[in-house]
Write a protein that binds this ligand. Structure first.
Ligand code: ADP
Ligand code: MG
Length: 628
């Protein structure tokens, strides 16, 4: 039997790296700046533990374009490499020095923020360069080294006369990648990936005015000097402790993150865990708007302050997708597919943590300043209601802060609502009846009728509300939600006093027959009801169940039960105790009777917003005739 090691030849692997390592060629810059950052952070660590006896100083990273020479330089003042180290770290593809460093300094360096992982980042340079040079001088007292490779597996390694500590990478940009010599392009990339990296990054210079001296003359012109243009903020807000940040700091950071966004966020949630996974970040609840910019501004994901992606699907629970902000975690495996990501137990834990944290924050906001929370309700309700529907863990916690506003801007939580209606609003089965409206104007007459009786009417107007109501009823057996126009108030809510019908059974029967012949069928189903004599004579209602099913099939659920195409069907509730009912019954002239019913039906339709177009025009014309 023979055993051995499969030898993956660099010759085979090289073109592969070049083409397929990353589908996004632009990430080469992120990788090289990350390596420069790592090299600097390593030196910082080694000096801090006394292993490197050199001055750490104030190192920066510089990115420089040489357009004529078709070269791009990335220069750092980090720990550098000796010739031997170049052999080891650079010539061995897929050998990660970052991982080796972390392994070696396991205990002391675990929070040092080192980025590298896979040992492939450096080679991403060949995605855009036909030749790469690396000139490096170690912090150790050894001569500098100069490595050159033109993309074939052959390389040269010679001594160099570089005297300053650190590494310079020179990319000879390939003909098909000349874009990367454009200043705007590099600026854009640095801004996208490196904006919050922990070591200062210089890209060019900028003019800066000197401060005006005390004794300056009136016509003093500020003197300008050239200074380094540092493109990043090495200490972004999320890396700080919440106790060290003011509301203003959080807002400032929001605008730093989204420079094109002018709205202020409503509030923020600072995330901070280190066990069992590491995660920091700040999430913002934005003011909901249809603003295009709003949709462009997504939650950004970082690893050790390096931007990775703004596709946080699977990591942030779906219902929080509309939130803004950043999360930073070195513990999210990004080399796996999206579906693999969802199966990863760390990722699931992160997602659950975020849900919990958001719920806790909302609870705290509600408890600490309820009035303010109520003011924000309209802007946050969609997210929270969606969360209740989609995330059981959120639903469990949400009961204590989800608000149910009334049409008069009073806000209840569910328990308070139950308490408020328990004596006055029960149906014939003893269930509590929650009356609600979805539109204050459109359902005005129904709301007024309910309020007349002293009932509470909620205003629930989110597009997904029927789904949520369905769920709430499922979990609260003694609760039933009915929209104010779902049935006549009299029928909905059980009252002690019974209304006596003024009409005899025969008369009622006769009136019903008259109405049924005059009212269009099957759109209107006539129901006679003995109500208070001053209640509306004609009321159009739409059974709660029917309407809700229809709504649910329209807002997701894709034509559930085939209800999407159901014709509209209504009840026409006629108050048999009303004067109009008696008049209709006693009118012997058929055409007058027809006129009365038609006019009354149109009035009821107006109340329900159903009278439109030709019918409305005819109604108006007829009404003018009447008052002529
Ligand atoms: P990784 O960063 O995942 O370790 P890379 O391919 O990006 O893998 O880099 C390989 C190794 O080369 C690094 O781990 C590091 O040891 C070395 N290296 C790369 N760039 C530099 C640099 N600018 N300064 C010092 N060492 C570097
Ligand atoms: Mg790297």
């Amino acid at each position: 039997m023979a055993s051995g090691k499969i030898n993956v030849s660099v010759e085979n692997i090289f073109p592969l790296i070049k083409k397929f390592l990353y589908n996004d060629h632009e990430i080469f810059l992120r990788e090289l700046v990350s390596n420069a950052t790592d090299a600097t952070l390593k030196l910082k660590h080694l000096t801090s533990i006394g292993e490197a006896k050199v001055e750490y100083g104030n190192p920066i990273i510089e990115v420089k374009i040489d357009k004529e020479g078709k070269k791009l330089h990335i220069i750092d003042q980090g720990l550098g490499m000796t010739s031997d180290e170049v052999e080891k770290y650079i010539n061995q593809v897929a050998f990660s020095g970052a991982e080796e460093f972390l392994e070696k300094y396991k205990d002391s360096a675990k929070d040092s923020g080192i980025i590298g992982h896979f040992g492939l980042g450096f080679y991403s340079a060949f995605m855009v360069a036909e030749k790469v040079e690396l000139i490096t001088k170690s912090y150790k007292d050894e001569p500098a080294a100069h490595w050159t490779c033109d993309g074939s597996p052959e390389f040269t390694l010679i001594p160099s006369d570089k005297t300053t500590r650190g590494t310079e990478i020179i990319l000879h940009i390939a003909e098909d990648s000349l874009d990367f010599l454009e200043e705007y392009k590099i600026k854009e990339l640095l801004n996208k990936y490196n904006k919050f990296m922990p070591i200062a990054i210089k890209f060019g210079t900028k003019k800066q005015s000197l401060p005006k001296p005390e004794d300056a003359a009136d016509d003093y012109v500020a003197e300008e000097i050239e200074v380094d243009n540092i493109i990043n903020n090495p200490n972004p807000a999320w890396t700080k402790q919440p106790a060290d940040l003011t509301d203003e700091d959080y807002k400032t950071f929001y605008h730093e993150l989204y420079p094109m966004q002018f709205e202020e966020p409503l509030f923020n949630i600072h995330l901070n865990v280190d066990y069992p996974f590491n995660l920091t970040g700040i999430l913002y609840f934005p003011k909901m708007s249809n603003d295009m910019q709003m949709q462009k501004d997504k939650i950004q994901m970082y690893q050790n302050q390096v931007f990775v992606t703004d596709n946080v699907e699977g990591i942030v629970p779906e219902f929080l997708g509309m939130l803004k902000g950043v999360i930073d975690s070195p513990d999210i495996p990004l080399n796996v597919s999206r579906s693999g990501l969802q199966a990863d137990s760390n990722v699931k834990k992160i997602s659950n943590y975020i849900t919990r944290k958001v719920a806790d924050k909302l609870k705290a906001l509600f408890t600490e300043n309820r009035e303010d929370f109520e003011k924000k309700w309209n802007d946050i309700k969609i997210v929270l209601e969606y969360g209740m529907l989609s995330e059981p863990k959120f639903y469990e916690k949400a009961g204590s802060f989800i608000l149910y506003p009334t049409v008069d801007n009073k806000y209840y939580i569910l328990n308070e609502l139950k308490e408020a209606i328990k004596d006055n609003q029960t149906d014939k089965n003893g269930k509590l009846v929650v009356l609600y409206a979805s539109n204050k104007d459109a359902q005005h007459s129904y709301i007024a009728a309910a309020k007349d009786k002293g009932y509470q009417v909620l205003l629930l107007d989110s597009p997904i509300i029927s789904h949520l109501i369905q769920k709430l009823e499922g979990d609260n057996e003694n609760l039933t939600f009915v929209r104010v126009d779902g049935d006549s108030i009299e029928k909905l809510i059980e009252k002690d006093e019974v209304q006596i019908s003024k009409l005899s059974d025969d008369e009622t029967e006769k009136l019903k027959t008259v109405l049924e012949t005059l009212v269009p069928k099957p759109t209107y189903n006539v129901q006679l009801e003995a109500m208070d004599s001053n209640a509306s004579p004609f009321i159009i209602t739409q059974p709660e169940f029917m309407r809700r099913m229809k709504e649910m099939s329209q807002s997701g659920g894709g034509g559930m039960f085939g209800m999407g195409n159901m014709p509209e069907m209504y009840n026409l509730v006629v108050n048999s105790n009303s004067e109009l009912a008696t008049t209709i019954l006693n009118t012997t002239d058929k055409s007058t009777q027809e006129h009365l019913v038609k006019q009354a039906l149109d009035l009821a339709k107006i109340s329900q917003g159903l009278l439109k177009g030709e019918d409305l025009t005819a109604f108006v014309k007829r009404s003018f005739e009447l008052i002529k």
